[in-house]
Design a binder for this molecule. Structure first.
Ligand code: CP
Length: 309
């Protein structure tokens, strides 16, 4: 059981809590891979997804996780909701709360929006990504995938290449991985590396090869064009040539290294298509694990709610 109502980020999660989530996700993956995915664990509970930004993986995997555990789920499409009439986030949250929901998953362009919502609703709030801040469930599924493949997190060298500055995935992974004892090595154009990242525990490499050298895990990150104002690199083709991961760059990693990417991928920019579709790539396994991790979070936060409501 997690001793918290909400999951807002990994910065304030302990290593024990992260391991509890990963262990529970392993149980959930067995259910997910079994022929009959139905469980009545969360029968009578309800989940709302409230996404102010686009999503394929996060939103649908939360909705499927809720369904597989027997909860009902509803999506609020912000584009066609009363948000367009000027309703505030807090009013929207209080309105949903009044419908007796148990969980709300929110994605919002503003860092801190999930924390603000959590202060005003009784439902458990799960952060599905807030601005350039955190995306904790993505980092949890990334760590799950690493542990499942490598048998451990502690002592792994994880190379993260791409748009670190605008990536909430990078920040949540940095918080989670360093708590569990992994080394995080990053490389990107200097315009895409935030100044404070070294103080948070990342090793900043001088080249792609240095970042990837001897790595157990190579993670590409999407260029977050929607959060940039341009001018951070000359062109996509030059980004791919000088900062992307290709076969030559990957050859510097350990022979049994795995390749991850949170998706969606810009094919041929962050990673070559050969790597995306190659034998080292666990990108689709990450998607499967995303459902298991989100099932685990609904279970663990549900237990907290069962005890405290
Ligand atoms: N990785 C991730 O957050 O993907 P979506 O934007 O599709 O949810």
């Amino acid at each position: 059981m997690l001793k918290r109502k909400d999951l807002l980020g990994l910065r304030d999660c302990s290593a024990e809590e992260i391991y509890e989530i990963l262990d529970t996700a392993a149980e959930m993956k067995k259910l997910l891979k079994s022929g009959d995915k139905s469980s009545g664990l969360l029968k009578g509970k309800s989940l709302v997804t409230l996404f102010y930004e686009n999503s394929t993986r996060t939103r649908s995997s939360f909705e499927l996780a809720a369904k597989y555990l027997g909860a009902s789920e509803v999506n609020i499409s912000v584009a066609t909701s009363s948000v367009q009439k000027g309703e505030t986030l807090i009013d929207t949250g209080e309105t949903l709360d009044a419908m007796q929901i148990d969980y709300v998953v929110i994605r919002h362009p503003m860092a801190g929006a999930p924390a603000l919502l959590a202060k005003h609703v009784k439902a458990s709030v799960l952060n599905g990504g807030d601005g350039m801040h955190e995306h904790p469930t993505q980092a949890l599924l990334d760590m799950y995938t690493m542990r499942e493949s490598k048998g451990k997190i502690k002592g792994l060298k994880v190379a993260v290449l791409g748009d670190i500055k605008h990536s909430r995935v990078a920040l949540s992974n940095l918080f989670g991985l360093t708590k569990l004892g992994a080394e995080v090595h990053i490389y990107a154009p200097s315009t895409m590396i935030p100044k404070e990242i070294g103080a948070l525990g990342a090793c900043i490499a001088k080249s792609r090869e240095e970042a990837v050298d001897g790595a157990d895990v190579v993670m590409g990150l999407r260029i977050q064009l929607e959060r940039q104002h341009g001018g951070l690199f000359p062109s996509l083709s030059e980004y791919a040539k000088f900062y992307g991961v290709n076969g030559e760059v990957l050859s510097h990693a350990k022979k049994d290294a795995i390749v991850l990417h949170p998706g969606p991928v810009n094919r041929g920019v962050e990673l070559t298509p050969q790597i995306i579709d190659g034998e080292k790539s666990l990108i689709l396994e990450q998607v499967t694990n995303g459902v298991a991790v989100r099932m685990a979070l609904l279970k663990l936060l549900g237990e907290w709610r069962g005890v405290n409501l």
